[in-house]
Design a protein around this ligand. Sequence first.
Ligand code: PLP
Length: 365
Amino acid sequence: MSSSSLQQSIARWVDPGIRTLSTYSVPDATGLIKLDAMENPYHWPEPLIDEWLFRLRRVHLNRYPDPAARQLAATLRKVMGVPDSAAVLLGNGSDELIQIIAQTLAGSSRCLMAPEPGFVMYRMIAIFTRMEYQGIPLREDFSLDLPAMLTAIEQHQPAVIFLAYPNNPTGNLFDEQQICRIVEASPGVVVVDEAYHAFAQASFMDRLLDHENLLVMRTVSKLGLAGLRLGLLAGAQAWIEEFDKVRLPYNINTLTQASANFALQHHKMLDEQTARIRTDRDRLMNDMCLIEEITVYPSRANFILFRVTRSQGNQVFNALLKQGFLVKNLNNAGGALSDCLRVTIGTPQENQGFIETLSGVISKI
Ligand SMILES: *Cc1c(COP(=O)(O)O)cnc(C)c1O
């Protein structure tokens, strides 16, 4: 096949929405201090690692995993405080749960709605599943624009709305009462995405009992188990049953089931780590606020969004990179995020190195 006929073939058969996308790119962090992906910087104490490896010896990889991951689901329900009357669905990361929800609800001109700036996978997955995506701008302080949301709900009748609580990449918690208004006004389901629950200490889990169209999503990634790929969706049994039909069998592999179950049985250790990260976040926030040239946004997550002087976003990002600090550059997203960077909370030593480097970089520009 000649390359022009190959291109024609691709143009003919690959959905235009997908052709315009680029692959989700993850920069190589080799040799860098990695403060770009909201990972917990701490590993486990040695005795616990030994105990975990001992458990793994008894895992049989020749067999398929437990299709319903019963033990793990029971542990998750307990640790995450899922109400007894709610059902749960586990996903290969919460990204997979977003995909399962979209695949279940997709159809011609079905709408998936989310506030913007927000988590990019909502829009991407809407494109993958041929849903119509509606991004509704947040206000300038990144709070919800409730009137705009209510008007958009009325107009587009979304099958699903995603609300990240706290929001990524802005870090703030939306107003609780406003979220309730959105849930009440929505003809479809509303997913409150609590990926940063460990750092926010606020949740809609208890409100599942009040609203049948409310779903709460969690992940163990930001908590400290990003390598396992495990998310949880909780909600009314009848909704979860429908989503469960779309889930591929054995989506939670045996090693993840055994390891997550083990780690969550020792969740005190993770709780101590996340408490430490919250304290260090508040300290870093105070230090960053002392740098006059930047705007720092309040955070209830394990990252901080900040804006540098106009049109210097890329310059500051590259200068940080050159000195060994990898943060997330949001400048290319443009609009409300122009000249914005997002730094994940690391160890106290990493945070100290970051703040010193940032001050130095800013003072030289
Ligand atoms: C990181 C993140 C996720 C994805 O989590 P995984 O479980 O690792 O797939 C989902 N939602 C938000 C808002 C996130 O920031």
